[in-house]
Design a protein. Structure first.
Length: 94
């Protein structure tokens, strides 16, 4: 595995099947489920290309929006989480 980058992947769709397929794909690739339709995931460039191809196949012909946002370590360490659930520990993400 080459140089890795951390990404936030967020998606929006009305289709439960597509939502589930995106969620399972991200889980299978090692993503951390952080919100209902949001994952943090670390990928090298080849894995990133594979993820993009898989997502394109899943969402083809649908009304679905997927955003893959690169996040550097410094920004992730500055992230603040406000939640009524167990507080997320962002120190172990990298």
């Amino acid at each position: 595995m080459g140089d890795c980058m951390r990404y936030m992947v967020v998606y929006d769709t009305d289709d439960d099947h597509i939502r589930g397929a995106i969620r399972e794909t991200l889980k299978d690739m090692g993503g951390d489920h952080v919100q209902y339709s949001a994952f943090l995931i670390t990928l090298d460039s080849e894995e990133m290309l594979r993820l993009v191809r898989l997502i394109q196949e899943i969402i083809f012909g649908s009304d679905t929006d997927v955003r893959i946002i690169p996040i550097c370590k410094k920004d992730l360490q500055r992230m603040e989480v406000y939640s009524t659930e167990n507080e997320a520990d962002v120190t172990d993400i990298f």
